[in-house]
Structures are given as structure tokens and as C-alpha cells.
Design a protein around this ligand. Sequence first.
Ligand SMILES: *[C@@H]1O[C@H](CO)[C@@H](O)[C@H](O)[C@H]1NC(C)=O
Ligand SMILES: *[C@@H]1O[C@H](CO)[C@@H](O)[C@H](O)[C@H]1NC(C)=O
Ligand SMILES: *[C@@H]1O[C@H](CO)[C@@H](O)[C@H](O)[C@H]1NC(C)=O
Ligand SMILES: *[C@@H]1O[C@H](CO)[C@@H](O)[C@H](O)[C@H]1NC(C)=O
Ligand SMILES: *[C@@H]1O[C@H](CO)[C@@H](O)[C@H](O)[C@H]1NC(C)=O
Ligand SMILES: *[C@@H]1O[C@H](CO)[C@@H](O)[C@H](O)[C@H]1NC(C)=O
Ligand SMILES: *[C@@H]1O[C@H](CO)[C@@H](O)[C@H](O)[C@H]1NC(C)=O
Length: 342
Amino acid sequence: MQPKLKQQKMGNPILLLLFIIFFPFPSHGQKLCHPSDVRALLKIKAALNNPSAMSSWNGTTDCCTLYAILYCDPTTNRVNNLIINNDPRIDGRTIPSAISQLNYLTSIIIFHTGLVGSIPPSFANLKYLQELYLYGNRLSGPIPEFLSRMQSLTTLRLIDNGFSGTIPASLSDLRNLSYLTLHSNKLTGTIPDSFGNFSTQLQVLELEDNRLSGEVPRSLGNLDSLTEIHLQNNEFTGDASFLFGTNKSAGEIYLGNNAFEFNFSDVGIPSGLWGLDISRNKIFGSIPEGLATLTGLVVLNVSDNDLCGEIPQAGKLQTFNNSAYRKNKCLCGNPLPPCPKS
Ligand SMILES: *[C@@H]1O[C@H](CO)[C@@H](O)[C@H](O)[C@H]1NC(C)=O
Ligand SMILES: *[C@@H]1O[C@H](CO)[C@@H](O)[C@H](O)[C@H]1NC(C)=O
Ligand SMILES: *[C@@H]1O[C@H](CO)[C@@H](O)[C@H](O)[C@H]1NC(C)=O
Ligand SMILES: *[C@@H]1O[C@H](CO)[C@@H](O)[C@H](O)[C@H]1NC(C)=O
Ligand SMILES: *[C@@H]1O[C@H](CO)[C@@H](O)[C@H](O)[C@H]1NC(C)=O
Ligand SMILES: *[C@@H]1O[C@H](CO)[C@@H](O)[C@H](O)[C@H]1NC(C)=O
Ligand SMILES: *[C@@H]1O[C@H](CO)[C@@H](O)[C@H](O)[C@H]1NC(C)=O
């Protein structure tokens, strides 16, 4: 009896010691975030007024379990993606500059928030950032020049905010950029000449719903690999025929509601074009035969221009009703009234 009891009594302190050694580290057997990421996230949490997605996290547990708002690299456990979404607690706050202390970020998505102010200059330090997606916030001020130093960017989407001023010419220095979407802001001035210098990586250029004006630079005609060009609802003038071409990759060309003025008769129609809207301009000439050869055309609107002549009676052109063609100078033929017999 005695020896057994003694053994038990001796066992307890050892167990206790084991507990003391291992218990304070709840993450034993699991990776923890890098301390530098933890420090940054605690600053972000404070700067955002303790948003609900982070409110139960105080830095002691693995930050990578904040699944709704961030994703970590599974091998290094460094924070890669940060998502900030609608939360009344953050309304009226600015984007925390501490985000730039998450050094390994590849993606920042901030959408449908009441965040105000501009993009923090410290973002320029995020050398791995590929995606900056700021959508539907109350951000304002100019589109910063420093973005052009963020050479890893492939996706720059600054959509539906209050960004104003002119578009920095230096954005075309972003050699890996595939998506440039700046629509639904208050941007003014012209499209920079330098935009013709974008690499063939650039696929999507969306500048619609701003207050951009002047002539579109001819150099944009060099961007054969663009699949989407959205310039509608601005104040552009002059020629845009160089955006067309039979050997271009364009699937969507939207130019509606500007003051474009050019002869449409001879533009080359890209074979992959599926969406074309040139409505509400001063475009003249006739509808090019090339449009009738398209098998995939699903969006068409040429209304409210100065077009003339017969609508080619072929292809998909009669699948659109007269609202796609009306209010032209002398356009005629199905679905508009027949052309006058000459
Ligand atoms: C952090 O949260 C954990 C778990 O919710 C809690 O046990 C701990 O006391 C908290 N630490 C601090 C410093 O607030
Ligand atoms: C640009 O893209 C290429 C090809 O994907 C890649 O090798 C290169 O590292 C990228 N450049 C930067 C600065 O991220
Ligand atoms: C376009 O790039 C070329 C070659 O790098 C350069 O010489 C030219 O100045 C650039 N054009 C504009 C408008 O930036
Ligand atoms: C596209 O067409 C133009 C003239 O029509 C030609 O100069 C150019 O080489 C063509 N580009 C490709 C990639 O075929
Ligand atoms: C538009 O171009 C066509 C074909 O080159 C030409 O026949 C027509 O006269 C031009 N229209 C106007 C109004 O200049
Ligand atoms: C014409 O087509 C448009 C777009 O598909 C549609 O919204 C509209 O209702 C149509 N109008 C008529 C009169 O059928
Ligand atoms: C074409 O555009 C006009 C003017 O913006 C609009 O009223 C009409 O509904 C549009 N039609 C189609 C088919 O999109």
C-alpha cells in the first residue's frame, strides 16, 4: 500500500509539470500566425472599431481561423488575403494603414462598407499584392500615383466609390495588369496616351460611369488582346473606330452615351464580339456587314445615332427589337420600317 501511494504522490507533480509546460500553448501541434501578422491584425482591429468579424479574436488564438475575413498560406501560415465587408461598426472609419504591415498579402478586398478617405500610401510597400479590389465604399480623393509602383498587381478594381481627379498615366507601368476597372466614380480628364503601352496582359478596361472627356487616344487601338472595353456614360468625343478590328480579341465594346462621332460603315468586326453598345452618340455611316456574320452576338444597341441605310437582314441582327435601332438618321429595314424603294 505504502509504496503505491507514494508513487501516486510522486506522479502528480510530474503531471502538473507537464501541464504547466504544455497547457499555456493551446496551439500545440498547430501553427500560429506570424507574430508580425498578429501585431498588424490587432492594429487593424482597433482602427476598425473592433468589427464583428474580429471581435472575439484577441491575438491569442490562430489568426488564420478568422476564415470569413482572411486566408493564410498553408505552408508559411502568413496572411495572404484580407476581406473587409459591410459592418456598421466601421462606417466612417478610414482604411487602416496597418494593413500594409501584413507583408505577404496578395489580395485585399474591401466591399460594401462605409469606409471613407483615400488609399493609404503605405500600401505601396505591399510588394506581393496582386489584387486590390475596393468596391462600393465611400472612398474618395485621387487614384494615387504610387499604385504604379506595385508591380505585382494583376487586378486593380476601384469601383463604385467617390474617386475623383484624373487617371494617372503611370498606371500603364503595371506590366502584369490584366484587369483595370475604375468604373462608377467621379473621374475627370482624358484617358492617358500611355494606356496604349499596356502589355498584352491587359484584358479588361472598364472606365464607364465617370466624367471622362476628350478624345480616346489612338494608342488604345494597339491593345489587340483586350477582351472588354467599357467607356459608356462619359463625355468622350471624336473617333473610336480604331477600337474595332477584325483581328482584335474584343468580346464586349460598350461606348454608349458619349459624343463619339465617326463613320461606322467600314469598322472591322472582331469575330468573338458578343456585346456591342454604341447607343446615344453621333456615329454615322451604315451598319457594317461584319455584324451579320457574328454567331454569338447577344447584346446590340446602335440606337440614337446618325446611322443610315438598310440593317443587314442576316445573322442575329433580327433577334433584337426596334429599340436597339431606333432614333437614327435614316436606318431602315426589319425590325425598323422597310427602306424606301429607290
Ligand atoms: C483572449 O481570449 C481568450 C479566449 O477567448 C481568453 O481566454 C483570454 O483570456 C483572452 N486574453 C486576453 C489578454 O484578453
Ligand atoms: C509578372 O508575371 C510573371 C508571369 O506570371 C511573373 O513571373 C512575375 O513574377 C510577375 N511580376 C511581378 C512583379 O509579380
Ligand atoms: C510608350 O512606351 C514607349 C517605349 O517604352 C515610350 O517610348 C513612350 O514614351 C511611351 N508612351 C507614352 C505615351 O507613355
Ligand atoms: C491585325 O490586322 C492588321 C491589319 O489589318 C495587321 O497589320 C496586324 O498584323 C494584324 N495582327 C494580327 C495579330 O494578326
Ligand atoms: C462612310 O464610309 C463609307 C464607306 O467608306 C462611305 O461610302 C460613306 O460615304 C461614309 N459616310 C460619310 C457620311 O462620310
Ligand atoms: C426590346 O428588347 C429589350 C432588350 O431585350 C427589352 O428590354 C424590351 O422590353 C423589348 N421591347 C419590346 C417592345 O419588345
Ligand atoms: C438601347 O439604348 C436606348 C438608349 O439608351 C434604350 O432606350 C433602349 O432600351 C436600348 N435597347 C436595347 C435593346 O438595349
